[in-house]
Design a protein around this ligand. Sequence first.
Ligand SMILES: Cc1ncc(COP(=O)(O)O)c(C=O)c1O
Length: 328
Amino acid sequence: MKADVDPNVIVYFNGQYMPMHDAHIGILTHALHYGTGVFEGIRAYWNAEEQDLFVVRPREHYVRWKQNGGILRIAVPQTADQLCEITAELARRNGFRSDLYIRPLAYKSAERIGVAMDDQDAFFIVALPFGEYLHSENGLRAGVSSWRRIDDNAIPPRGKICGAYANSALASDEARRSGFDEAILMNESGHVTEGATCNLFMLRNGRLITPSVNENILEGITRDSIMELVRRELGLEIVERPIDRSELYVCDELFLTGTAVGVAPVTHVDHRPVGDGAIGAVTRGLRQLYMDAMHGRVPAYRKWLLPVYGKSPWTERDETRMKEASTA
Ligand SMILES: Cc1ncc(COP(=O)(O)O)c(C=O)c1O
């Protein structure tokens, strides 16, 4: 996240819209000490042609957030649809007309010493102008981390739990200090899991392979979008199975997916070229298709987008259908 965040930006905190400089959390807050929060990362893309801002799959993000809250027994009272509406309203109140990153965070809010959890919960949603997270247009250099991915029986990686991100931060820091752009983490079974903040796909012999959801990965929403795009638009087979480290060295193409990174090609792993060391055709095509879809330029995937200022064609279609039904 950029350091020059505008303190006047309007955030949603304790049930109210307010400037960020008025939103404070006490230094004894349980989540700050023990990592007992769950968060989300949501993107919104500005479409200049339509003069509209499209929030990407907010319902899916909020459903995941509420479910993950359940892992830590953190309750978010609003429905996923109400949270979508709060998010759109936040963008409107800020008058945002650029790409955004949206960070909802629900947490154990009691202010006291002691690790045991009680039922005091709170949440906030912050939306900020946000550009590229990793500069991946020319491909990334990834390194397999010496840090192991945390296990479901330690801190569930599918939970997007704040404390679990110390694992991602350690791996990411190590990777960058070693000259890589991104870390790839292995699990305790010795299989490839994902990047520090993104899922991983590998192309081998015409099939797209990605670790399955019980390999200690986050069940990525971008991963899900990519799987649908690949099946429907590219007609490629997708296999979910364990991946060995050395498969990364012999595969044809490799890329990472995530809300922040989008589709990020990996052209080198552990100082070895992936394929011929250039961005592969499947990755390049998918990266463009994903960006087109998320900007609302592909009608079939407008279903994933919540328009902040206008109406998407599918909303209009639904309204027309409802009108027709009511006059029939
Ligand atoms: C560890 C990890 N894996 C994968 C992802 C990608 O998930 P999504 O596509 O839902 O953003 C993220 C980002 O949220 C992440 O933090």
